[in-house]
Design a protein around this ligand. Structure first.
Ligand SMILES: [Zn+2]
Length: 78
């Protein structure tokens, strides 16, 4: 009896998710000074507005980290 695992490989193709419930992108900002975060939102302007308001209330908080989430789908090739 062999201890070697048998693995099967197939050809896969990866494309951006097209399901209607998957947004094209989700944006989120985090303040690099205090780590406060915006709510994730599909609309970039919504999270950008959050950053302007955050700096407006905290003028020394001027750096932000953006996280962008994109959804992908694997399909069997052939
Ligand atoms: Zn902050």
């Amino acid at each position: 009896m062999s201890a070697r695992s048998v693995m099967r490989f197939a050809d896969w193709t990866m494309r951006p998710e097209t399901a209607s419930e998957a947004p094209a992108m989700v944006h989120e900002f985090q303040c690099t000074t205090c780590c406060a975060t915006s709510s994730p939102d599909e609309d970039f302007e919504t999270v950008r507005d959050w950053a302007f308001h955050h700096t407006g209330r905290n003028p020394s908080h001027q750096g932000y980290r953006e996280t962008v989430t994109r959804f992908w789908r694997m399909t069997l090739t052939n």
